[in-house]
Design a protein around this ligand. Structure first.
Ligand code: NAD
Ligand code: IPM
Ligand code: MN
Length: 354
């Protein structure tokens, strides 16, 4: 029997509500499957912790997490703590510190999910976004000079290293090759004359090793437009950290909403633990009401099972979500239902174990 030690950072707002359901489902799956088991250890890090201690996690936080097989994260950020502190000192600290350079985000219109685009079916919206997750616009390099003076200057650098670009682009080519799908790079070389020209060059260079992969390259403005007017163009997609952040919220909007959007922060070499999280935030507007949609968190638990070598469980979770979407009886209000977060999680656990 394989045993996995999971660190759980439930975090802020709806984070604990949704991640509790992911843990519930993982326990049910482990019992049903019999080949693996889990132990879950909770870390109460986040904004409340910050208000008590002055830090988002302890100074040795990464050392504490290092020994785990994976991290499950709910959401971070809450009014009362500036977002650039809460997110940089916890979420981004883990992504960067553990070199989780792949952010894998499915953008798939599941059967039964609402879609605001007229006439679009699951065949039209079936993308896998590979977002660069370790550098780029999020590198945190810059300065704030002459603060509070009329000469004030701020500098926020984009950092694009050859190693950083090559590895994420190669990962995307490998995935496209394995799945026999097209690969689209999204960049902005016409305006960002260093970083994105470099990105495009590396996309072409790495592509020479993959003559069998059909590629497309779009500017990010046009890509945003095509995602709405012709989403079928996109299959595997590779893009920079910031563009990937923005485009995957757009992706969520066209494929059922934030409550269904999952994301995996991967260190493919497994030198460090990878982290699994829904892509939504702490949703302060609905926190504490027990109505947050846990399905994105449950799907990300499925991504974790895939990463551990049990992809059939991610498939079963996705199929289970489609069953719920079609039966409509256990959906939360964002999907037009009346079920609570816990009732939705219970229904998923029941489907997966029957
Ligand atoms: P958000 O994703 O929290 O919420 C946007 C909208 O989507 C809200 O109306 C919310 O109610 C809805 N929503 C989100 N998740 C939902 C769910 N599971 N079920 C039902 N409805 C859901 O984005 P925001 O309001 O821009 O950010 C709130 C806080 O979260 C900020 O502090 C932000 O920095 C932080 N944030 C954290 C993460 C993360 O931890 N990964 C991601 C995004 C934002
Ligand atoms: C996401 C979030 C984060 C990001 C924020 C909270 C720093 O929006 O995971 O999409 O921009 O990566
Ligand atoms: Mn985001």
């Amino acid at each position: 029997m394989q045993h996995f030690n999971i660190a759980v950072i439930a975090g802020d707002g709806i984070g604990p509500e949704v991640i509790g359901e992911a843990v519930k489902v993982l326990k049910a799956i482990a019992e049903k499957d019999g080949r693996f088991s889990f132990s879950f250890t909770d870390y109460p890090w986040g904004c409340e912790y910050y208000l008590k201690t002055g830090e988002m996690m302890p100074k040795n936080g990464l050392d504490v997490l290092r020994g785990y097989d994976a991290i499950l994260l709910g959401a971070v950020g809450y009014p009362g703590v500036p977002d650039h502190i809460s997110l940089r000192d916890l979420l981004l600290e883990i992504r960067h510190g553990f070199d989780q350079y792949i952010n894998l985000r499915p953008v798939k219109l599941l059967k039964g999910a609402p879609c605001p685009l007229k006439g679009k079916t699951p065949e039209d919206i079936n993308m896998t976004f590979i977002r660069e997750n370790s550098e780029g616009e999020y590198a945190g390099s810059g300065a704030w000079l002459y603060k509070d003076s009329p000469e004030e200057v701020v500098i926020q650098n984009g950092v694009f290293s050859r190693k950083g670009c090559e590895r994420v682009i190669r990962y995307a080519y490998e995935l496209a090759k394995k799945e026999g799908r097209t690969l689209t790079s999204i960049s902005k070389g016409n305006a960002l004359n260093y970083s994105m020209v470099f990105w495009d060059q590396i996309f072409a260079e790495v592509g020479r090793d993959y003559p069998e992969v059909e590629t497309h390259s779009y500017l990010v403005d046009a890509a945003s437009m095509f995602m709405v007017t012709n989403p079928r163009r996109f299959e595997v997609v590779v893009t920079s950290n910031l563009f990937g952040d923005i485009l995957t919220d757009l992706g969520a909007a066209i494929s059922g909403g934030m409550g269904l959007a999952a994301g995996a922060n991967l260190n493919p070499e497994k030198k460090y633990p990878s982290m699994f999280e829904p892509i939504h935030g702490s949703a302060p507007d609905i926190a504490g009401k027990g109505i947050a949609n846990p399905l994105a968190s449950i799907w990300t638990a499925g991504q974790m099972l895939s990463f551990f070598g049990y992809p059939e469980w991610e498939d079963r979770i996705v199929a289970g979500i489609e069953t719920l979407l079609q039966e409509k009886t256990s959906l939360t209000p964002d999907l037009g239902g009346q079920a609570s977060t816990a009732a939705c999680g219970d229904a998923m656990a029941a489907i997966l174990t029957r």
